[in-house]
Design a binder for this molecule. Structure first.
Ligand code: CO
Length: 135
């Protein structure tokens, strides 16, 4: 078992970041914190704060990005849930030993310079789970 602190953000795959920001910021009233390109994941990400949690809107910057593939297959919608942990390397080791399928065996750099790693949805009831820790 790992120590899960809280939900850090909920990732939503979108076709047009600006259009989606208009809805989440201007209509739903969330606070836009940051828009950044995450080259490693081939996405442009907008973080919007709601309480302690962020909504992360994700637009693909390349046709072979995981977000582009998600939109091709399922359209826009929920892409992943991110859980904040303190020790991401220890968590991955622990989960791998317990038989959880990992997308990332070692953490990589995600939005905000945090260390992130994805778990395979087949091991997490069909939802892509991201672990994230301060980098
Ligand atoms: Co994320």
């Amino acid at each position: 078992m790992i120590t899960a602190n809280k939900i850090h953000h909920i990732g939503i795959a979108v076709k047009d970041l600006d259009d989606s920001i208009k809805v989440y910021r201007d209509l739903l009233g969330l606070e836009l914190k940051e828009v950044e390109e995450v080259k490693e994941q081939k996405v442009k990400a907008a973080s919007l704060k709601i309480g302690e949690v962020n909504i992360e809107l994700l637009e693909a910057t390349s046709a072979d990005s995981a977000v582009a593939k998600h939109i091709d297959k399922r359209g826009e919608g929920l892409h992943h849930i991110c859980i904040d942990v303190d020790d991401i390397k220890g968590a991955l080791k622990n989960l791998a030993e317990a038989g959880v399928r990992l997308v990332d065996e070692t953490p990589r750099t995600g939005a905000g310079g945090r260390l992130v790693a994805f778990l395979h949805p087949r091991s997490t009831s069909g939802v892509l789970v991201e672990l994230s820790a301060v980098g």
